[in-house]
Design a protein around this ligand. Sequence first.
Ligand code: GDP
Ligand code: IMO
Ligand code: MG
Length: 427
Amino acid sequence: MSVTILVGGQWGDEGKGKVIDLLADRVDMVVRSQGGSNAGHTVVAEGKEYKFHLIPSGVLNPSTVCVIGHGVVVNPKVFLEEVDNLHAEGVSTDNLFISERAHMVMPYHPELDRLGEVQRGDDRLGTTARGIGPAYEDKVRRIGFRIGDLQKPAFLEKKLRFVLRLKNEALTKLYDAEPFDEGAILDEYLGYAERLDPLIRDIYPMVRDAIAHDRKILLEGAQAIMLDIDLGTYPYVTSSAPTAAGACAGSGIAPSRVDKTIGVFKAYTTRVGYGPFPTELTDSLGERLREVGNEFGTTTGRARRVGWYDAAVARYAVETNGIDSIVLTKVDVLDEVPTLGICTGYMWRGEYWDHPMANISHLKHCDPVYEEMPGWMTSTRDCRSYDDLPPRCRAYIERLGELSGAPIDVVSIGPDRQHTVVRRDLL
Ligand code: GDP
Ligand code: IMO
Ligand code: MG
């Protein structure tokens, strides 16, 4: 087994960070493939909590090479803050590298993100305001700045003069906002250049050699299928492809090299930001699950919307990503719920749909079709093997696996590494 992809199967925050951390000591290299500091991955290791936005969650394992791939949009300020925080905790970043081809979030991107949301008014998306959409826009428009540009000060300066004219025109004329100062941006980014220089690599030969030597590589996806720019609930999505295909594109690894795709799913569903969410629980049970599951965003602190497990979404995730193996997280959050709902499909104007509709207005107004199962009403936190789990809990897990279309090989029953039940090794 040499290349494994890990993706989120719902609307993000499934616990991908925890799973990457669990797998990191069994792989030689972790490559983060898309997204930016909109992601928030929490890892709890030996009781200590770490929060990552850009740095791959494998960094806690000192011998694992961690790479930020070219599909990521990197805010150098956020990245360096994360590095400093890790150093303060005594964690080494000697094995951390950034692709020369990765694009940068520039100071005007978060401001344009914020202003874009204000302009949309009631139709705002609820972005993380980290400038992710505007940074990917510039990449596609071919006026983006790449990490490698930091190593070419004269080029950086010339390009900034051209690009900033466009940006300041938009800021002042379209949004009536303050323009950005070229000198200040240049000084700030040349400061980052000094610190980032030793980490910048053309990662192509690194990845090629790792594959040639049969090293184990794990591709770390951020976000999740339902936030995918094409397959998600557009326009209530992020601006990248958080799929297995996106992981290949964002790391430069051919799909034919991939041996396995792991999907991480929560035992229920959450979503941050606006957009359709068919199984959302807006009642007191939803509030209770939010409290018990501590469903508040790692990046923005916003309350996550909470709902029942949506097996139609899960099947869609399994099929579009080619997921072979599921990690089911936060099962412990359901410990005290008497009856559990599982959505198996949707009814829309008398018609049954077994997958999320492309038309988000239909998805917003459809009626989910539910199965109900009895809860187990006892704590799972101390279970260490699958057979330790209460029979009703196992029945729920089995049913989710059946409906989702892939085996549930690992069950997570708490945030720490030890709160993990392995039925079948992932790697
Ligand atoms: P990611 O974005 O997919 O990496 O997920 P986040 O880190 O944003 O959100 C998952 C949250 O759930 C984090 O605070 C984790 O520490 C926590 N977590 C992960 N697995 C479990 C679990 O099995 N049970 C509980 N109670 N918390 C978990
Ligand atoms: P991780 O990797 C959950 C959501 C935002 C918003 C939409 C667009 O932690 O799972 P953006 O800032 O990307 O333009 O916002 O996407 N979003 C996430 N929701 N987890 C994430 O990442 C997310 N990254 C973006 O809330 O609805
Ligand atoms: Mg998260």
